[in-house]
Design a protein around this ligand. Sequence first.
Ligand code: GDP
Length: 138
Amino acid sequence: MEQTFAIIKPDAVERNLIGKILEKIESKEFRVAAMKRVLLTIPVAECFYHVHKERPFFKDLTASMCTGPVILLVLQKEGAIKAWRELMGATNPAEADAGTIRKEFAVSLEKNSVHGSDAPETAAFEISYFFSQTEILS
Ligand code: GDP
């Protein structure tokens, strides 16, 4: 069973959307293998998003991820990485398909409500960055 890593971002937590987003996740038959609510710090966010460090939006992105608590998740299902990317929708909510989380809940490119790993290597890094093996019950 494939695992992927997800974040419910501060903009969505702030607007009390945790339950609605988890409902969508569970309705698509993902299992929540691990979950916690944390407040990220700038160094932790910068390391997490290190692949974007040369991008012009890096500072804004990492700062916005630290504006309030986030929900960290390990999601499990056959083809979880692709399925979670599909359920999230396009990065820019203006381009997201109907029925996706970003179409329904995101307010802007920066406040786009959710994060998801884009490949098996990034999923492995991101899961192990935030969760120890004993916290993941598959
Ligand atoms: P994702 O995998 O769909 O989340 O998208 P990326 O990995 O390309 O970008 C990471 C995050 O950076 C996105 O989810 C956005 O919140 C943010 N982001 C991407 N492009 C821009 C941009 O041009 N401006 C700003 N402010 N944020 C951006």
